[in-house]
Design a protein around this ligand. Structure first.
Ligand SMILES: NC(=O)c1ccc[n+]([C@@H]2O[C@H](COP(=O)([O-])OP(=O)(O)OC[C@H]3O[C@@H](n4cnc5c(N)ncnc54)[C@H](O)[C@@H]3O)[C@@H](O)[C@H]2O)c1
Ligand SMILES: O=C(O)C1=N[C@H](C(=O)O)CCC1
Length: 255
């Protein structure tokens, strides 16, 4: 239940942003400040003391893969719910987060490789199509200042496709390549080839190309502006307080 300003019975949701001076952090600060039911209580970046986020109910992390685990550990131990968009989450990292959360069962964390609603649907559509096609490859395209390749979204998509193919009893996609310049066939993520393109002018884009006898299917998503991620981030901030434990991806929040 909310009042006329959209605030809950205990006032606005107190939000801290980690990575606040980054490309995503700036946009998240703007979105939180514009949301009637939220209050930005800390905007922190490299070198700032995390204890300034102790008064927050929810911390949103868009930092870098090398620091996100320390931030997340701090949040869980401090009892601050976490919404994490930073990439670099391997299965081992997710297990580690589950362990931390097990010790603080009232705390929630949402970790999503992509907060764009269209991107979430693109991944769902790709997972659904995966069982019907012999071949699949992913082409992701991003701005050249991105630190990681392939993208978190592409890695997550590849893992979901690989799982769907395995459940459908599909073997490896056909590929006669014998003579290869290293990298020409992309990265192998659970048996799915992923090609990473970096170019000025791009923001975040992905194509999933499926093929079978006589036909192909291309599923494509484009983020032209980082505002595209904000509805998903705000949705997660609102939801995480009542979702203890680990939530991976935005899918369960959309349903
Ligand atoms: N999940 C999504 O929807 C989504 C969307 C866009 C980007 N991303 C990911 O978010 C991350 C950030 O992307 P970006 O383009 O904003 O990068 P960026 O380099 O512009 O921003 C990262 C910010 O984190 C800061 N930082 C570094 N160490 C820190 C620390 N210890 N504490 C606090 N801040 C620290 C940096 O100074 C910088 O300002 C990347 O991993 C990217 O892949 C995810
Ligand atoms: O700009 C980035 O960096 C992005 N990172 C995420 C990823 O790696 O999938 C989401 C899209 C934008």
């Amino acid at each position: 239940m909310t009042d006329e300003q959209g605030k809950g019975p205990q006032g606005p949701i107190r939000v801290a942003v980690l990575g606040a001076r980054g490309r995503m952090g700036v946009e998240v600060c703007r979105a939180v400040e514009a949301a009637a039911d939220m209050e930005l209580v800390a905007a922190l970046d490299q070198g700032d003391d995390l204890s300034a986020a102790a008064g927050a109910e929810v911390a949103v992390d868009f930092t870098t893969p090398d620091v996100v685990m320390d931030n997340l550990r701090w949040c869980v131990e401090a009892g601050v719910h976490a919404v994490v968009g930073t990439t670099g989450f391997t299965g081992r990292r997710l297990d580690q987060v589950r362990d931390w959360l097990a010790a603080r069962p009232e705390v929630g964390a949402v970790i999503a490789p992509n907060f764009g609603i269209g991107a979430v649907l693109m991944m769902q559509f790709a997972e659904r199509a995966a069982r019907h096609f012999e071949s699949v490859e992913i082409i992701e395209q991003h701005h050249p200042r991105k630190l990681d390749a392939p993208s978190g979204t592409a890695t997550h998509t590849a893992r979901r496709i690989a799982q769907a193919r395995a459940e459908a009893g599909l073997g490896p996609a056909p590929d006669a390549t014998k003579d290869e310049v290293p990298g020409a066939r992309g990265a192998d993520i659970d048996g799915v080839r992923v090609h990473a393109v970096r170019a000025t002018g791009l923001v975040a884009h992905q194509e999933v190309l499926f093929g079978t006898a006589g036909e192909t299917l291309t599923i494509r998503h484009d983020s032209y502006d980082r505002v595209s991620f904000m509805p998903g981030v705000l949705l997660a901030v609102r939801a995480v307080r009542t979702r203890p434990g680990l939530t991976i991806g935005l899918d369960p929040l959309l349903d």
